[in-house]
Design a protein around this ligand. Structure first.
Ligand SMILES: [Zn+2]
Length: 523
């Protein structure tokens, strides 16, 4: 058999017509996104499509890129970003911190937050051009805000109809699903019944339900169950965003979360999740330490509550209790707080010591001056690794397009999520195989989205392709120095155009808005 093999290959190759291409990557290890092991081969691209994968003969004189020692994979798909606004801005629309990670498609509208007018948002992106492809979800918080402001009560029938109409419009205009952020305002005031009603609208159009669930700490199993209930009742796939076991008291619960999701999957329910491979999360200080009952109404209402002695007497002990649970504030770092840039990068305990004030005073002071973005060291490494290995868990950053800056100290995930999982966890630490790590960033998220013609290295698919050096594909962004591009992406094709050529950004903005095809479009 082995002696016949070269002959067989030769016959197969010669039996096919020669391939006409613009560019060919030659002699790379090809990972097709299915989770199959890498095989040596070539990839040919013509126009915006992949025209051949594997072994084939070439016609004409295409540009040849030497793939020796490099890995070629489908461009990565980030299911969870907050790039809604950055993609609309001139300086961040290229999505450079993602291109350098090999990402070619990002999903926006996450955690229930983003533009409600999907058609208008898509037009803005198309007018300005973007560096990666973009996919959007209808964001529940903004939908609810339009219908009923920041009210802490169930909707009236009228308000619910208004919200249903907004979800319906968004789905007709090309959104891929409904997203919720149930720790945030005003979505946190929604009961399960409201979410089922709105998810039913997304279901009619063939969309999914993605959720930043109500509790990621000790109540996480109840919160996952709520999402599963919504999926079953509304009849649509459920996606759990940034799956984790958050807070020291919840450490070790990742195994229970996985068991619960596995059970639902075995029972036939469509359930998936995503994860960023870090032990810290990032969100607002408000969402982290201020109970939802103190957050209703307008910002003015909120500020007057913070200045009301009676209200403060109730709030303060709750804030103090939560600070204590975060190691006296050591686990909470300020990422962005414009009034006191010197506090950025420092934790609450350190700031309290510096200012000679209790940490709770620092928190209340920040909240009465517009609030801050924080990084929270809330997870343990074993849980992170266990979640990462699950076949239903996609890689997703929860970050946003940004440029290097000395003005803020954000979570490093916007720069490092994908190379961290692939380079550090798979290639270096072998926590999972390279092919599985690549699948979790390509074929799997495409399957979760039901995204046609992307996510796999396949003939006739769109040429979103990353070619990276496995020896150097690493995150360099750290919690102390987050504003650093990842290394190791040699070439990156977005819709057949080179966005990165020999490691450098080409200034080409080849991303497209990808519209979901509704099962019930406007006639
Ligand atoms: Zn979230």
């Amino acid at each position: 058999m082995s002696s016949l093999y070269p002959l067989l290959v030769c016959m197969l190759v010669s039996g096919q017509p020669a391939v006409e291409a613009d560019v060919v990557v030659r002699g790379a290890t090809l990972y097709d996104g299915s989770g199959a092991a890498g095989v040596l081969g070539d990839v040919a691209i013509r126009g915006e499509r992949i025209v051949a994968v594997g072994r084939f003969t070439l016609a004409g004189k295409p540009r040849i890129l030497d793939g020796k020692g490099l890995a070629a994979a489908p461009g990565f798909i980030d299911l969870h970003t907050h790039s809604d606004r950055p993609l609309q801005k001139r300086d961040t629309r290229a999505n450079l911190c993602y291109l350098h990670q090999g990402v070619t498609t990002v999903v926006t509208g996450n955690c229930g937050s983003g533009p409600v007018d999907v058609a208008e948002y898509f037009q803005t992106l198309e007018r300005g051009k973007i560096g990666t492809n973009a996919i959007h979800q209808v964001p529940h918080n903004n939908v609810r805000e339009r219908a009923m402001k920041n009210a802490n009560r169930p909707p009236t029938d009228d308000e619910l109809r208004q919200m249903e109409a907004l979800v319906d419009r968004g789905m007709k205009d090309g959104a891929w699903g409904l997203s919720t952020g149930l720790i945030y305002n005003p979505g946190t005031y929604a009961k399960t019944a409201e979410l089922i009603a709105l998810a039913r609208v997304a279901a009619r159009h063939g969309g999914f339900y993605a959720s930043h669930i109500r509790d990621e700490g000790t109540g996480v199993l109840g919160a996952i169950n709520e999402a599963l209930t919504i999926g079953r009742e509304a009849g649509l796939p459920v996606h759990i965003s940034h799956l984790k076991a958050s807070g020291r008291r919840a450490w070790g619960m990742a195994a229970d979360e996985i068991a619960l999701i596995d059970k639902a999957r075995k029972a036939g329910q469509a359930v998936s999740a995503d994860q960023y491979p870090y032990i810290a999360s990032s969100t607002s200080l408000k969402a982290t330490l201020i109970p939802t009952s103190f957050r209703e109404g307008s910002q003015k209402d909120y500020l007057s509550r913070l200045n009301d002695a009676e209200q403060l007497a109730r709030l303060r002990p709750l804030v103090e209790r939560d600070i204590k649970r975060h190691q006296g504030g050591k686990d909470i770092r300020i990422a962005r707080y414009a009034p006191k840039p010197a506090w950025q990068g420092k934790d609450l305990a350190a700031i309290a010591a510096l200012e000679k004030k209790p940490a709770a005073d620092i928190v209340l002071d920040i909240e009465s001056h517009g609030g801050a973005q924080v990084v929270i060291f809330s997870m343990n490494e074993e849980d992170v690794r266990l979640i990462m290995r699950q076949p239903f868990v996609a890689t997703a950053s929860d970050g946003a397009s940004m440029l290097p800056s000395s003005d803020t100290v954000p979570h490093p995930r916007s720069y490092g999520c994908f190379p961290r999982k692939i380079g550090r966890y798979a290639i270096e630490d072998k926590i999972l195989t390279l092919e599985q790590a690549i699948r979790s960033a390509s074929g799997l998220p495409a399957d979760i989205l039901h995204l046609p013609e992307r996510g796999y290295l396949k003939e006739n698919y769109y040429a979103d392709v990353v070619i990276f050096d496995p020896r150097t594909f690493r995150d360099t962004a750290t919690f102390d120095k987050p504003h650093q591009y990842a290394t190791g992406v040699r070439y990156l094709f977005v819709n057949g155009q080179l966005a990165i050529d020999d490691g450098k950004f080409t200034d080409v903005l080849a991303g497209k808005v990808l519209r979901h095809q509704s099962k019930m479009p406007d006639k």
